[in-house]
Design a protein around this ligand. Structure first.
Ligand code: AMP
Ligand code: ZN
Length: 114
């Protein structure tokens, strides 16, 4: 998708701090962090929302959680705890329509989220 922010970041057309680079997913630091650690785990292939993901994407989703667990350990969150969140659609607060998983940690989280 030529006009997609995360596709542009994946291609290197827009700079971002890449903290993980795998075969099918990469991760960056969120530009507007909501916790001491706030990373975005992003499939390299463009999907607008998680509504486009299904059984055919099992390997991709597995890779997302491999990245999440690897990053949680790297950032020292695996013992204290962390949260992985996906927003789907406008009412959930999705603002970038290229699937991404937020990984948040480093502070106590509240439930339910706002
Ligand atoms: P969402 O609202 O769930 O779609 O999440 C989009 C996230 O992307 C927000 O947390 C933004 O702060 C973040 N974001 C937007 N632009 C950039 C950028 N250029 N680099 C890193 N993160 C970004
Ligand atoms: Zn995209």
């Amino acid at each position: 998708m030529s006009d997609c922010l995360f596709c542009k970041i994946e291609k290197g057309d827009i700079p971002a701090e890449k903290v993980y680079d795998g075969d099918s997913v990469f991760a960056i630091s969120d530009i507007n962090p909501q916790a001491p650690v706030h990373l975005l785990i992003i499939p390299k292939k463009h999907y607008s929302t998680i509504l486009e993901l299904d059984e055919k994407d099992q390997e991709l989703v597995g890779s997302v959680f491999s990245a999440a667990n690897c990053l949680a350990k790297d950032y020292g969150l695996d013992q204290s705890g962390f949260r992985v969140v996906v927003n789907c659609g406008a009412e959930a607060g999705q603002s970038v329509f290229h699937v991404h998983y937020h990984l948040l940690g480093g502070r106590a989280m509240h439930w339910p989220p706002g």
